[in-house]
Design a protein around this ligand. Structure first.
Ligand code: ZN
Ligand code: ZN
Length: 491
């Protein structure tokens, strides 16, 4: 049978009924659980039943309420993020309040298989991983430097990818995680937007950054041949990988290699709650710059709640093609300079003017010129050298203009030394706080999953938790006032 739609108000009535009347043995709402109860009370997940309707057959017994299963998984992540689903099913038996908040009667609980069956319906692909489990042996690890993110990539690789992406940006390819994103965007992020938690919807600042997600200490693979037994050490036959979407990467914060994913996250930078908007799991070996290119194009194709007009990135993303891509997408790049060379370059517009590695014009006498106003409409900046320098016979000294279109990386639309740049760029650390929250508070890496499907499930569950936390934090006073009304006998 198809699942029947249960309106959120029915769930709320179920909770009220249980909290008010069933203070029988074991059903206690302690103070600590109050925020959890409020978050679930506010979160209307009922649309998931409609979203998944086609995934259920007409025959057979009536399935469990999809919204309650999803809610229960969220409670797992918000209350016991190191638990697996098997343990969680036992926890629901031990702690009836979790069962009730999920929307289940404590004497009628779902089994582990029911949860996994439900997760499968949220993933519209036959394979639970993106890449095939049969792969040829991977190349060895590349060495990383201390403090460096992933092993650096060549600018040429980023440039080729950007060109390809710009040609293909109009044809959106469906991804298996789209169903989760669609639910997340329409039911969760949309509410955060209404609460004003994403900042100004007509000019959203987004920030992007990657972070390692360790899934296991070593990559696990089995041979499909018997070459080793026959004395052939290095054959090129396929191997069976248990986590085909993972690879080895360099974790600069922990200063060691790891096996897993490179999580690239885009968040709302003006939100003081550091709210995540789009997650993308890449193989661990992928560089930030490459991950950004793929993630930002996918994000731009899918995000419909507002206009993202700024993208804030750290110096690992400082490649000229990324500026072009972001401009092409209608976003102004705010990227920290990664000064690789100490040499000045000759200006393309005046042969006697040099440009310093940080984008400051140097006059023919070798003096740095002084900024003399910015034309924000023409994206042009005026520079001047004093008559005292002697490099020009003009009455007010030599003038020179730098234009964004001549070098979008050095001559940014908003000058890097301006107050506006500083104020905007300051918010970039929001993405780091958001990523930390997922890894430290929500114990992202404690998931013991093999499939990319389950890692996305965990990822989206945690992101929903972050949004619910922000809803509660921003409405806390109003909700706490209702505490005694909703739940007179709170322990
Ligand atoms: Zn072999
Ligand atoms: Zn001069």
């Amino acid at each position: 049978m198809k699942p029947s739609f249960i309106p959120h108000s029915d769930y709320q009535a179920f909770i009220l009924h249980h909290l008010r009347t069933s203070y029988g043995p074991g059903v206690i709402l302690i103070n600590k659980d109050w925020p959890l109860a409020v978050k679930l009370w506010m979160a209307d997940l009922s649309a998931i039943t409609t979203l998944l309707r086609d995934e259920y057959s007409d025959q057979g017994p009536e399935p469990r309420d999809p919204a309650s299963l999803f809610r229960s998984y969220l409670i797992l992540l918000m209350s016991n993020p190191t638990m697996g689903v098997t343990e969680w099913v036992n926890e629901l038996k031990r702690t009836p309040i979790y069962a009730i908040l999920s929307g289940f009667s404590p004497d009628d609980l779902p089994g582990v298989g029911t949860f996994y069956d439900f997760f499968g319906r949220l993933w519209p692909a036959v394979d639970k991983n993106l890449r095939p489990i049969l792969q040829r042996k991977r190349k060895g690890r590349k060495k990383g430097k201390k403090g460096e993110k992933a092993p650096t990539t060549t600018p040429g690789r980023v440039e080729r990818l950007v060109k390809w992406m710009m040609r293909h940006a109009d044809n959106q390819t469906a991804l298996p995680a789209d169903r989760l994103f669609h639910f997340f965007q329409s039911q969760i992020v949309a509410v955060s937007a209404q609460f004003g938690l994403l900042g100004d919807l007509s000019a959203i600042s987004a920030a992007g950054d990657g972070t390692p997600v360790v899934t296991s200490a070593y990559p696990r693979s089995k041979p499909t041949c018997d070459c080793r037994a026959r004395g052939i050490a290095d054959c090129n036959h396929h191997r069976l990988y248990s986590q085909p979407d993972c690879s080895s990467g360099w974790d600069s914060a922990r200063e060691r290699y790891f096996n897993g994913y490179h999580l690239y996250m885009i968040s709302a930078a003006d939100s003081k709650h550091d709210l995540p908007l789009y997650p993308r799991l890449h193989p661990a070996s992928r560089h930030d710059a490459v991950s950004l290119v793929m993630s930002t194009v996918e994000f731009k194709q899918r995000f419909t709640l507002g206009a993202v007009d700024k993208m804030l990135l750290d110096a690992a993303h400082d490649a000229e093609s990324i500026y072009l891509l972001l401009e092409h997408q209608g976003m102004e790049p705010f990227i920290d300079l990664n000064v690789r060379s100490k040499k000045n370059i000759t200006s393309t517009t005046a042969s006697d003017i040099q440009i310093s590695p940080t984008g400051i014009p140097i006059c023919p006498n070798g003096n740095p010129m002084k900024p003399n106003g910015t034309d924000y409409k023409l994206h042009r900046r005026k520079w001047r050298c004093t008559p005292a320098c002697g490099c020009s016979t003009a009455k007010y000294g030599r003038t020179f203009y730098t234009k964004t279109k001549d070098d979008p990386r050095l001559f940014t639309k908003t000058p890097r030394d301006s107050e506006k740049w500083k104020l905007t760029y300051k918010r970039r650390s929001s993405i780091e706080r958001s990523n930390k929250r997922e890894k430290i508070d929500y114990k992202l890496e404690s998931g013991r999953h093999r499939s990319t499907m389950m890692w996305y499930m965990r990822m989206y569950g945690i992101m929903i938790g972050q949004h619910l936390d922000a809803w509660y934090a921003s409405q806390k006073d109003a909700w706490d006032m209702l505490k005694s009304h909703i739940c007179p006998a709170i322990a």
